[in-house]
Design a protein around this ligand. Structure first.
Ligand code: PLP
Length: 368
């Protein structure tokens, strides 16, 4: 075999894996590192998947997605999208991959928040595009003037996540409206990652699509809201030419999202998740009170299920190494950032695990 493609060396695999490798050596770790809900898939959604499999819905669906799920998603999005503006994807990861593939030529620039979800940066590397970071430290706010300054003739798109991973930041209508003005001025599209849409605790979720629909590609899904991370179903909604390009590439790559789980997702759209969300709000408050009492510096998150505090001493790798030595799994901030000053704690976990995690973090706040 000859050498592998340059993109292999140019792309870093997720640093989170290093923590999971270390975790494998621990007997009974206190695990606050996993970015998925700890509750199970709601029963009616499970039943819908089983019924679909039994009914023989196991073959390819149309590339664009099963008609009933497309209709359910169109309804969920308020009827604002025509059918040629919608695509069912292999979860949000699939949607992100197809969006980058459709938008970016080698050398093009894409604006990415720092801190970021890992794929935002590495997909740019895969497609030989340039990730340009917009800084949201320390309060995780988007500064439209900074975005305006960072735009060049090569800028094609900006990624915006609300609620965000790893910070839990939720953007208001005013903040998104200010951003929309910059998008309109420079005619760039926002990839709006709405995977945590359900997990908004202090204010209702606002999407950029409500403000600047012609400049927004919505990527949403069911992985987090209905705990279907292994089922790989999501959707993309946006300008028809972009959706058609993504559909062409889906045909030549993923082909379609898993058929029985598309049926399950059509059921999931109507399943009420209020109770699960209220429980995560309570867990957020519990973790934040404990962190504050221990003296950690952090911005209280309005959504998702993460807190991103500053490390109390040392670098993030040094601090997380000590956490792991003390049996606690959290993720160093450099997995999500160009900086090494913070760490990510997940509260999608049973209360007793959060309590155990807090007692380890409390002890470590002072100790070097
Ligand atoms: N976007 C963000 C911000 C995430 O945190 C994740 C998963 O952790 C994804 C997208 C990927 O989600 P999916 O399982 O739908 O591919």
């Amino acid at each position: 075999m000859k050498e592998l493609a340059d993109r292999v060396a140019n792309t870093q695999s997720s640093g989170i894996r290093k923590v999971f490798d270390l975790a494998a050596k621990l007997k009974d770790p206190v695990n606050l590192s996993i970015g998925q809900p700890h509750f199970d898939v709601p029963q009616p959604v499970k039943e819908a998947a089983i019924t679909a499999i039994r009914a023989g819905k196991n073959a390819y669906t149309p590339t664009q997605g099963a008609a009933d799920l497309r209709q359910a998603v169109a309804k969920k999005l308020g009827g604002a999208y025509r059918d040629n503006q919608l695509l069912i994807t292999s979860a949000v990861s699939g949607g992100l991959t197809l969006a980058y593939m459709s938008l970016l030529n080698p050398g093009d620039e894409i604006l990415i928040p720092d801190p970021y979800f890992v794929m935002y940066k590495q997909l740019a590397n895969i497609f030989a595009a340039r990730p340009i970071f917009y800084d949201t430290f320390p309060k995780w706010k988007i500064d439209p003037e900074q975005i305006d300054r960072l735009v060049t003739p090569r800028t094609k798109a900006i990624v915006v996540g609300t609620p965000a991973n790893p910070t839990g930041a939720v953007y208001t209508r005013e903040e998104l409206s200010a951003l929309a003005k910059v998008l309109e001025k420079h005619n760039i599209i926002a990839i709006s990652d709405e995977i945590y849409e359900y997990f908004c605790y202090d204010s209702p979720f606002v999407s950029l699509r409500e403000i600047a629909p012609d400049h927004t590609l919505v990527l949403g899904g069911f992985s987090k809201s209905h705990s279907m991370t292994g089922w790989r179903v999501g959707y993309a909604a946006g300008p028809a030419d972009l959706i058609q390009a993504m559909t062409k590439f889906q045909q030549l790559s993923f082909v379609c999202a898993p058929a029985p789980f598309q049926c399950a997702a059509a059921t999931a759209v109507d399943v009420d998740m209020t109770e699960a969300v209220a429980d995560y709000r309570r867990k957020r408050d519990m973790l934040c009170s404990g962190l504050a009492a221990a003296g950690y510096e952090f911005e209280k998150p309005g959504g998702a299920f993460y807190v991103f505090p500053k490390v109390p001493w040392g670098t993030d790798d040094e601090f997380v190494a000590k956490c792991i030595e003390d049996n606690l799994l959290v993720i160093p901030g450099n997995c999500f950032s160009e900086r090494n000053t913070h760490f990510r704690v997940v509260y999608a976990a049973p209360d007793e695990v959060i309590v155990r995690g807090l007692s380890i973090l409390t002890a470590l706040a002072q100790k070097k």
